[in-house]
Design a protein around this ligand. Structure first.
Ligand code: ZN
Length: 153
């Protein structure tokens, strides 16, 4: 990874950690889930509103943890607005491929693309994917606490 991308990666993560987007409790949510990454102590609580044509119309989160986990959740809430459930699953797959160093084509990832920087730090992949595992649980309507240590990555 070149220095410019690494710098952008750090900038985006620091900025979203300091000023997380869509932070708080969503009123009228119809999906929710909590996620926990015991390796780092990250916690994410996600609420979504999905309308009858399976479009995500709103998503908000609360949480505590490292800068990567908070920035990832913040960026997730931005990219999911207006996406369908099928697109959300596709984004999760693409994001995971990016983090493991095998980027694929698909839906434009926008600022999420800077998370390619995480592939240089495999131990932080679970920090970056926590919000996405939590999203998956919420979409399945499993109103439970998911842990990065009980499922697959
Ligand atoms: Zn973390």
């Amino acid at each position: 990874m070149n220095d410019d991308l690494m710098e952008l990666y750090q900038e985006v993560i620091m900025e979203h950690n300091r000023h997380p987007r869509n932070y708080g409790i969503l009123a009228d949510a119809n999906r929710e889930a909590s996620g926990f990454n015991p390796l780092c102590g990250d916690k994410i609580y996600l609420k979504l509103r999905i309308n009858t044509d399976n479009t995500i119309t709103a998503v908000m989160f609360e949480g505590s943890g490292c800068a990567i986990s908070i920035a990832s959740a913040s960026l997730l809430t931005e990219i999911l607005q207006g996406k369908t459930i099928a697109e959300a699953y596709a984004l999760f797959e693409q994001f995971h491929e990016l983090l493991t160093g095998h980027p694929t084509e698909g839906i434009p990832l926008g600022k999420l693309a800077v998370f390619a920087g995480v592939s240089a730090f495999p131990a932080r992949v679970k920090c970056a994917t926590l919000a996405w595992h939590t999203l998956k649980a919420a979409l399945l309507n499993n109103n439970v606490i998911v842990s990065t240590e009980t499922g697959h990555e």
